[in-house]
Write a protein that binds this ligand. Structure first.
Ligand code: ATR
Length: 278
């Protein structure tokens, strides 16, 4: 679409950023809603991040998404931070209002909305949740599960101290279990989430015996390449409902798009196909 002199501008800052699907995702919504605007990739090195962010605000950008390795730096650079960002120690969305930078983190929102869409009957309050991994994505998932009222959240990570840090930083019913105990952690669970990179194309699969997982449990992988990870395939084969990770990426983008471009965008099956067909 051609732009006018009033075009609304946004983008994604990362280093590297070439792999990001966000330009395609936001570009779809811009075109769908016939918005006079653009969303561009912004490759910015760590040392130039804060300067770059301020420059974009000065140049009239409406805001940006922030990805690896800048999410923590974005927390420090913003003038106002919502609880979602402060609590996770990371900001993934910045809204620019004149010279003011307003930051938040929409990963937890994206995670929960993805489950709502893929498994409307699932209820966080009903049973314990098991979260595999303790990185940035796991933090967002655990925080969202605390807010959703999960009675118990079992975090299992190869490096135990990282899981303990998650439990300590997030105030909730979080239990840390040993990595070799991960299959036993599944008993009576209502949700199993993989937040590690295991199962991603080029990575080994997540080794996890699902025998103890209740048939009623929902299984979610935040990996979306491939869409059907070995974990999701095994879960479906034994009758568990499984939700793939693409929806988390799509839904986490909604609040930023709405703030920058003034339209609430929707996640549709056509959008899913478009983002995957890169
Ligand atoms: P992100 O911010 O995307 O969550 P991260 O902080 O690098 O990324 O976290 C990656 C997660 O995958 C971690 O929980 C990591 O476990 P460690 O904390 O022990 O590193 C997990 N992970 C990656 N490769 C793994 C492997 N081969 N076996 C087990 N866990 C692995």
């Amino acid at each position: 679409m051609t732009l006018s002199g009033r075009a609304k501008l946004a983008g994604v800052i990362g280093w590297p950023v070439a792999h990001s699907r966000s330009p395609r995702l936001h570009g779809y919504w811009l075109q769908y809603h016939r918005i006079d605007g653009a969303y561009v990739p912004l490759p910015v090195r760590a040392e130039a991040f804060e300067r770059g962010l301020r420059c974009l605000a000065d140049m009239g950008f409406r805001g940006v998404n922030v990805t690896v390795p800048h999410k923590e730096a974005a927390l420090a650079a913003c003038d106002e931070i919502e609880d979602s960002g402060r609590r996770l120690g990371a900001v993934n969305t910045v809204v620019m209002d004149g010279g003011r930078l307003h930051g938040f983190n929409s990963d937890g929102f994206g995670f929960i909305e993805n489950l709502r869409e893929g498994a409307p009957a699932w209820q966080a309050r009903k049973a314990p949740a098991v979260v595999i991994g303790a990185g940035g994505a796991a933090r967002a998932v655990v925080a969202a599960l605390i807010d959703a009222g999960a009675p118990e959240i079992r975090v299992v990570n190869r490096t135990r101290p990282r899981a303990e840090a998650v439990a300590k930083e997030l105030d909730g019913p979080v239990q840390v279990l040993e990595w070799p105990e991960r299959s036993r952690a599944l008993s009576e669970a209502g949700l199993l989430v993989n937040t590690t990179s295991l199962g991603m194309t080029g990575q080994p699969p997540l080794e996890l015996d699902l025998a103890g997982l209740p048939a009623s449990a929902l299984v979610n992988d935040i990996v979306y390449a491939p869409l059907e990870t070995p974990l999701l395939a095994r879960a479906r084969a034994r009758g568990n409902l499984a939700v793939d990770g693409l929806g988390m990426l799509l839904h986490q983008a909604r609040p930023g798009f709405a703030a920058w471009f003034g339209v609430e965008p929707e996640v549709t099956s056509e959008l899913r196909r478009f983002v995957l067909a890169e």
